[in-house]
Design a protein around this ligand. Structure first.
Ligand SMILES: Cc1cc2nc3c(=O)[nH]c(=O)nc-3n(C[C@H](O)[C@H](O)[C@H](O)COP(=O)(O)O)c2cc1C
Length: 426
């Protein structure tokens, strides 16, 4: 049986599934029920200074697509709106009662050293396992020069991280905002500031919908709307890319990464871990389906690891990083061609329409013995994958790599590249 135990930034948990800082971790009641369900750890909903923030009503928007509820999720909530002392007391009790689970506390206070110096000992005194610095919240708090307003300025990220390392002994995880062009800059700043790890992504600035009756972005608050933070399954590709960028960067090697963003299944988690994450955090999927989703996550990951012969998370962590390369490193001589399994094909014609109207006219529509039949014109097919993506039947269209005697050819050496430096023999 696979061992799912993880030690992330020195913090041990029985599995890599943590709940991200958000409503599921806002109070002891939730966190205890999450631990009963099997979650390996939590990042407590972000604490701030007293008096607590004030939230609006309503708070959530969602992107439902073609019958799929909550493909993406959006919120305009702030950090916790409960008094600091109540949270601290609950954290102390929960950690005492659940010593084998990770309890990390998310923090956001103004960008002045005295504010951090004041809150850090109070948090450390709870016995929690570490802190996560919320440099990501893209709404409400950023207008107060906190959250993403800090995360978007690498110098601030480094400065606050240094204060936290100076004024506490706890492991410091820096949570990064995706609302930035180059994720490597704040990741480097966190490392330079002494961070024990980074976590990403926080939410993406967004408007999910415009209510065409109210004529306002949703969620509508007394006739008005504002941008919120986007998360859920739709953001997973953005998060994976940013995690991969950090994991493959030579000067960031050894910096642990907690993967966040659209993790809903064990497979999502495995993908983040394969791209270099040491664990994952989950918010939207738990808000959508409840805490018990972790049972399937644990079983699924464990079974898959068994099937692959991985005994520990470390056995496959980062295994995909070396294969995540820059475009210029891809082999231009590699060729793949679509193949249609005629026994599985339901003759819907979607592949033909997509290819005929928008791609390379490489799927022929035929009549054979009076029946419709779709066939790939191999000479025309560029292997773009569109037909396989539009096909509604799993496994019906596959992309078949073509045998080739040509050597690997990258853009730097391609004859069409005006910047190419010819080989001396040419
Ligand atoms: C309603 C809501 C409230 C959130 N509050 C916080 C917060 O207080 N602190 C924080 O660091 N992230 C907060 N987040 C962001 C999540 O922790 C997480 O980074 C993000 O939702 C992406 O993960 P997901 O796709 O699994 O939801 C919040 C997210 C949601 C949906």
């Amino acid at each position: 049986m696979a061992d799912l135990t993880t030690i992330f930034a020195g913090i041990r948990s029985p599995n890599p599934f943590w709940l991200a800082s958000a409503p599921p971790t806002d109070k002891a009641y939730n966190v205890v029920r999450a631990f009963e369900a099997g979650w390996g750890g939590v990042v407590w909903k972000t604490l701030g200074e007293d008096p607590p923030v004030v939230n609006v009503s309503s708070r959530y928007g969602a992107m439902s697509y073609n019958g799929t509820r909550i493909a993406g999720f959006n919120n305009i909530e702030l950090i916790t709106d409960r008094p600091l002392q109540i949270n601290l007391d609950e954290i102390r009790q929960v950690k005492r009662d659940w010593p084998d689970r990770a309890v990390v506390v998310s923090l956001m206070v103004p960008c002045v050293e005295s504010a951090w110096k004041n809150i850090l000992p109070q948090v450390e005194d709870t016995g929690c396992d570490g802190i996560e610095l919320n440099f990501g919240c893209p709404h409400g708090m950023s207008e107060r020069n906190m959250g993403a307003a800090v995360g978007q300025v690498p110098e601030y990220v480094q400065m606050v991280t240094e204060w936290c390392k100076l004024h506490s002994r706890m492991p410091v995880i820096v949570k990064l905002t995706p609302n930035i062009t180059n994720i490597l800059a704040p990741a480097r700043a966190a490392k330079d500031g002494g961070a024990d790890a980074v976590s990403l992504i926080n939410t993406i600035m967004s408007i999910c919908e415009v209510d065409l009756d109210a004529m306002a972005p949703t969620p509508v608050v007394d006739g008005l709307g504002t941008h919120g933070g986007y998360c859920g399954p739709a953001v997973k590709p953005v998060a994976l890319r940013m995690v991969g960028d950090i994991a493959r960067e030579p000067d960031l090697q050894g910096l642990p990464i907690s993967g966040i963003g659209g993790v809903s299944t064990w497979r999502d988690a495995a993908e983040f871990i394969a791209l270099g994450a040491g664990n994952v955090q989950v918010c939207t999927a738990a808000m959508h389906r409840g805490f018990r989703i972790v049972e399937d996550m644990i079983d699924g990951l464990s079974n898959w690891m068994d099937s692959k012969g991985y005994r520990t998370i470390a056995d496959f962590r980062g295994a995909a990083v070396k294969n995540y390369v820059h475009w210029g490193d891809l082999n231009l001589n590699f060729r793949t061609i679509a193949e249609i399994d005629q026994d599985l094909c339901i003759k819907c014609g979607l592949c033909h329409i997509a290819c005929e109207d928008t791609s390379h006219q490489s799927i022929a529509k035929l009549r054979v013995d009076g029946a419709r039949r779709y066939e790939v014109i191999e000479e025309e097919c560029v292997g773009c994958n569109l037909c396989a993506h539009v096909c509604p039947v799993e496994g019906c269209i596959t992309m078949v790599p073509q045998a080739s005697t040509l050597p690997k050819l990258v853009w730097a050496n391609h004859p069409n590249n005006p910047m190419r430096v010819p080989e001396p023999a040419e």
